[in-house]
Design a binder for this molecule. Structure first.
Ligand code: FES
Ligand SMILES: [Fe+2]
Length: 344
């Protein structure tokens, strides 16, 4: 029996949601005139794009009589129109018309802060309802072909997904890389930057050096820019992990590759990069998929029993703690809960 683990009493504690920016849609899924319904942190959010292309995220319930704007509302010009009594709301949220011509009441929709980066629509979420505390810069560089995109529903927590960046042990044990080490690690406010060098198998060429710089902007957004020097292969990826309900998460990703050698005329470089993205890209995505069963079933240990070769898990968790503004800051442990059940 492990006497160093403290049992947790009471009902199952759910992981809190970390503050931050979260991807809620691929831009291409929200066309001008489109309305989308999304889950974010246990609530519905309604996204819409006006005919001129302005994007908005609003709370779902119409202030008139409570119709859900994600079920049947329409975009008419620059306004969002509720299906129930056709109240219309301008892009600043103000109610500007009613369906029967009566003067609109002084009311409006509650907006969520929104930004659109590299073809992803992001919404700011803050436990205390505060404004955005940082920005997410564009992460996908020019000169790459259109990325492949991926979408998965997971039962995971975003902190675990970003933690993989600094979990050096899992690169060899789970992914079969030959080695992995961090050359540099920086924390700067809401940002983390890890410069990693590893050796990954590229059949039939064998294990080749693969260097990448991973960045995170909060726990909902991270990216990687990598190179296989001996092949002149460059890769860039954008990952967005968005809690939808307790323990549930939507995982969106963009991935693009290009070959910088041999030098080709631009006319040939573009098709080569497009082909590399669609042929090699899925094999690199398969690496990420290897993490899914772990993420989907992992518990959070407040005091993990770390060993040599794990990487800087502890500094990472100190950095990650800033994103929880709730009193009980750390995600609850499924494993500790199981232990609690066994001990009680
Ligand atoms: S509930 Fe939306 S217009 Fe009446
Ligand atoms: Fe991984």
């Amino acid at each position: 029996m492990n006497t160093t683990i403290s049992p947790i009493s009471g009902s199952r504690a759910l992981p809190p949601y970390p503050d931050g920016w979260y991807g809620v849609a691929f831009s291409g899924d929200l066309r001008p005139g489109g309305v989308l319904r999304r889950r974010l942190m246990g609530e519905d959010v309604v996204l819409y794009r006006t005919r001129r292309g302005l994007t908005r995220a609003v709370r779902p319930y119409c202030p008139h009589l409570g119709a859900h704007l994600g079920h049947g509302s329409t975009v008419e010009g620059e306004n969002l129109v509720c299906p129930f009594h056709r109240f219309a709301f301008a892009v600043d949220g103000t109610c500007v018309a009613t369906g029967n011509g009566a003067p609109p009441p002084r009311t409006g929709l509650e907006h969520l802060e929104i930004c659109e980066i590299d073809g992803i629509v992001l919404v700011w979420w803050d436990a205390a309802g505060g404004p955005p505390r940082w920005k997410v810069p564009p992460v996908m560089a020019d000169g790459f072909p259109a990325p492949i995109r991926r979408f998965h529903r997971l039962t995971a927590h975003p902190q675990d997904i970003v933690e993989n960046t600094v979990d050096m042990g899992h690169f060899t044990a789970l992914h079969g890389y030959r080695s992995a080490r961090i050359r540099e690690l920086d924390f700067d406010g809401a940002s983390m930057r890890a410069d990693v060098v590893t050796r990954r198998g590229f059949p039939p060429l064998g294990a080749l050096e693969f260097c990448f710089v991973a960045r995170a902007y909060g726990l909902g957004v991270n990216s990687a820019r990598g190179v296989v020097p001996s092949l002149g292969l460059e890769v860039q990826a954008f990952f967005l992990q968005t809690p939808t309900d307790p323990g549930e998460l939507e995982f969106r990703a963009l991935l693009a590759l290009r070959l910088t050698r041999p030098r080709r005329p631009k006319l040939l470089a573009c098709p080569a990069a497009w082909l590399a993205t669609r042929v090699i890209g899925p094999t690199m995505w398969a690496d990420v998929r290897e993490d899914f069963p772990i993420w989907n079933n992992r518990g959070y240990l407040r005091r993990p029993r770390l060993a040599g070769g794990d990487g800087p898990i502890t500094p990472y968790r100190r950095w990650a703690a800033q994103f929880y503004t709730e009193a009980d800051a750390a995600p609850a442990s499924r494993i500790q809960e199981k232990v609690a059940c066994e001990l009680s």
